[in-house]
Design a protein. Structure first.
Length: 58
């Protein structure tokens, strides 16, 4: 599970770009891991990156 700072580092996206992508359906939604905490499964983020590379999207 990756927390937001790790997702930012791996994807090169800012916090606002991540949440904008979630809102418009172009970035995976996080899962709740606590009352006030969310994280992304690493496999989901790695697949999202692979999909962007295959499709030529940044």
């Amino acid at each position: 599970m990756l927390r937001r700072p790790e997702v930012e580092s791996i994807t090169g996206r800012s916090r606002s770009a991540i949440y904008e992508g979630i809102a418009n359906g172009t970035f995976p939604r996080p899962v709740r891991i606590g009352a006030r905490a969310v994280a992304w499964p690493e496999s989901v983020i790695r697949q999202w990156i692979a999909d962007r590379m295959e499709g030529g999207q940044a």
